[in-house]
Design a binder for this molecule. Structure first.
Ligand code: 2HA
Ligand code: ZN
Length: 272
């Protein structure tokens, strides 16, 4: 397949940041085998018109994304491993550009062929659905990041915590930083088959009022302006869950912050 040499400085910087985050995910143990995927909207940074020509392979999409017409993305390759993306980002991401109608895309490699395959992540419907929602709302989030955070998945194995209100109370009361930096909390997505349109639709609902969607028994999706910011959101939530499990494992019930303490933190969050 055709390779597009990434020359734009801003895009190269983003690719480096994607690699840095991929390394963090692997080190945290949140990226077993080919777990996780990432996409970054680089429209406006890249030379859209000239990047793709008609002789790049074209693929039809099952869903239409009219708001993504002509938009260009860096997106991880299906089957690629985060530990490899960390070392060789160009080999583990693809460039795609949506057509006029937003119902198909041209695809190009960013580097050498990846032996695991040459199509975008299996979670493409969720990634595109989210980017479309951001475009409709005029949001500044360019990055969509999915990873299998052990502590957060573990929480959704407890029936009592498969509940948005309970989950967010836990996150906010286990660690003051979470109330400040993730003030909207997470949206909960009940279990659905990975890669399906169903899970994409449910994720969009969850992200209407949140920057993070927690997929029951699977992982998280976070949206943020850049890859590092998306990682930070997830990392803070993981910290809260970890504190909860540590205290429980020691045989105690965590005290949590009081309602009064939370109220003060929420007021602080509004100032950020
Ligand atoms: O990229 O994580 O949900 C592999 C996955 C699918
Ligand atoms: Zn996954």
């Amino acid at each position: 397949m055709k390779v597009i040499k990434i020359q734009n400085r801003a895009v190269r910087k983003l690719l480096k940041e994607m690699a840095e985050v991929a390394g963090f995910l692997w080190q945290r143990g949140w990226a077993e085998r080919n777990a996780g995927n990432i996409s970054v909207n680089i429209t406006g940074l890249a030379d859209e018109k000239n990047l793709f020509t008609e002789d790049h392979p074209f693929f039809k999409l099952e869903t239409e994304y009219p708001d993504l017409s002509g938009k260009v993305f860096l997106i991880s390759i299906t089957g690629s491993h985060m530990r490899d993306l960390a070392r060789k980002p160009k080999r583990n991401v693809l460039l795609i550009r949506l057509n006029e109608k937003g119902n198909g895309y041209w695809m190009a490699l960013a580097g050498k062929d990846n032996p695991t395959g040459t199509s975008p992540t299996s979670e493409l419907p969720t990634h595109l659905g989210i980017h479309q929602m951001i475009a409709q709302n005029g949001g500044n989030e360019k990055t969509v990041l999915h990873t299998h955070v052990t502590e957060l998945i573990a929480l959704t194995q407890i029936k009592e915590y498969c509940n948005e209100k309970k989950l967010n109370r836990l996150f906010w009361t286990m660690h003051p930083e979470t109330a400040i930096f993730v003030p909207d909390g997470v949206g909960f997505v009940p279990y659905s088959t990975p890669g399906s349109q169903d899970i994409a639709d449910e994720t969009l609902k969850a992200l209407e009022n949140h920057k993070v969607a927690l997929w029951e028994k699977h992982g998280v999706f976070a949206i943020a302006p850049g890859p590092l910011e998306a990682f930070d959101l997830i990392d803070i939530l993981a910290k809260s869950a970890k504190i909860f499990f540590l205290v429980r494992s020691a045989g105690y019930d965590p005290q949590g912050l009081t309602d009064e303490q939370l109220k003060i933190l929420k007021a602080l969050a509004d100032k950020f």
